[in-house]
Design a protein around this ligand. Structure first.
Ligand SMILES: [Mn+2]
Length: 425
């Protein structure tokens, strides 16, 4: 199914009057505060978040997976689904491929299908956390960190292959999430595992094209439960610094122990010019992969507040943005639309923070005023501004309601059936 401009227009119609009234009321208030509405809208429109190719099907846990129907079973169908999201919200103009789950068979065809729905290719992701059917040696005890040189070489070669695939699609970054670790004390040498990982990453880094980035993701636990080789931002930062200027740290919101101050990590990395990527999701307990903004919207706002300030005040390049959540209860496309809206809303809230007065509060140590400034921005209902930015880009005033009115899922089920299954976990 392809969403056309007519589809968007027909579903926007019933919402236009109410939206205009809400937006005009808000715009007047924001202008009184000295904010430039046009500039806010442009910034919101420019924020595009990649959709990972594994997020289009139903996610599962290690206990089970409950399929939803109409899932994309080929890469082309996945691209069509990203096209649907992008047509509705004009905020998701790229797909992030996971290799080997989504290796293109015919590159020209894939590029053409992506161009038809105005989709590009963001960072490519390697996978050495599971064995493939025809794999000669196992990653059971690690990949880039493994004690066995032959296994390390297999994992290095896989990452090089991922770079070659990405080059053919116009990707500009390789994301390495290394699952390697140990489940029991004494299982492996911490020092040796880190050393092996560094050397393996060096070999991959040498293959990185000039205009590419290597994004190093970290995670404190899981799939291993005692230690993870790249457990935290410090370890990732250390490796990125050792590797060189094309290597960066990638922050995944779900990859922290409870109550970690993620916005502070981000500020530190931006100060050092090493924040390379961001994976969005939300969580209550661990790496829960819940919809962005569903549990801790204030934290998401504080994260964007640091990003906005960092864009102004540091030389950190613009990071690669991606949603990294698993949708095991909701329609995956609806979940992605909700995630995208939460991200834009948090960004909008951060954009209206009175940075000048905030700095003054910091200078004069006016703690109460600093809190007032942040909470005032967070509590301002900016949904009409986000809707207007999408509407002006040719998208739906309410992407999720349009999705339902256009009966997209029913249409996909009709075409693909109820048993189709997307590749992934
Ligand atoms: Mn991630």
């Amino acid at each position: 199914m392809k969403i056309t401009a007519d589809h968007i227009q027909s579903t926007n119609k019933s919402r236009e009057i109410t939206h205009a009234r809400e937006f005009n009321f808000l715009a007047e208030n924001l202008e009184k505060r000295g904010l430039n509405i046009e500039s806010l809208i442009q910034k919101l429109q420019a924020l595009q978040i990649a959709v990972p190719s594994w997020a289009l099907g139903t996610g599962g846990t290690r206990f089970g997976r409950f399929s939803g129907g109409g899932e994309p079973s080929t890469l082309i169908q996945k691209i069509q689904d990203v096209g649907i999201i992008h047509a509705l919200n004009r905020s998701s103009d790229s797909v992030s491929l996971h290799i080997p789950w989504d290796i293109p068979k015919d590159y020209d065809e894939i590029l053409q299908k992506a161009a038809e729905v105005e989709i590009g290719f963001d960072a490519v992701n390697s996978n050495t956390f599971q064995d493939q059917a025809d794999q000669a040696r196992s990653y059971k005890f690690g990949s880039l960190a493994n004690n066995d040189k032959a296994i390390r070489e297999l994992a290095i070669e896989h990452n090089k292959e991922v770079i070659r695939i990405g080059e053919k699609l116009g990707s500009k970054a390789l994301t390495v999430w290394l699952a390697d670790g140990s489940s029991f004390p004494g299982q492996h040498s911490f020092r040796k595992a880190l050393q092996n990982t560094h050397e393996s990453l060096q070999e991959i880094y040498r293959e990185l094209p000039e205009d590419w980035k290597m994004l190093i993701e970290y995670k404190p636990y899981e799939p291993y439960f005692y230690s993870t080789v790249i457990q935290d931002w410090g370890t990732s930062f250390l490796l990125a610094n050792k590797l060189g200027e094309k290597a960066y740290t990638l922050v995944d919101l779900g990859h922290h122990l409870p109550n970690t101050n993620i916005e502070q990590i981000e500020a530190t990395l931006m100060t050092e010019g090493k924040l390379g990527g961001f994976h969005f999701n939300d969580s209550k307990y661990g790496d829960d992969d819940l919809t962005v903004g569903s549990i801790k919207p204030y934290q998401l706002f504080l994260i964007f507040n640091e990003l906005v300030a960092g864009f102004e005040e540091t030389a950190n390049p613009s990071p690669a943005w991606m949603i990294d959540a698993s949708h095991n209860l909701k329609d995956s496309l609806e979940d992605l639309l909700q995630s995208m809206e939460a991200i834009k809303l948090a960004y909008a809230q951060a954009l209206i923070v009175d940075q000048k007065t905030l700095h003054e509060s910091q200078t004069f140590q006016d703690v109460a005023q600093a809190q007032e400034i942040l909470q005032d921005a967070f509590r301002t209902d900016l949904r009409p501004l986000v809707r207007e930015s999408i509407r002006q880009s040719g998208g739906a005033i309410s992407p999720i309601l349009s999705y339902r009115e256009l009966k997209v899922r029913e249409n996909l089920i009709q075409k693909r059936g109820t048993k189709s299954k997307a590749s992934g976990l």
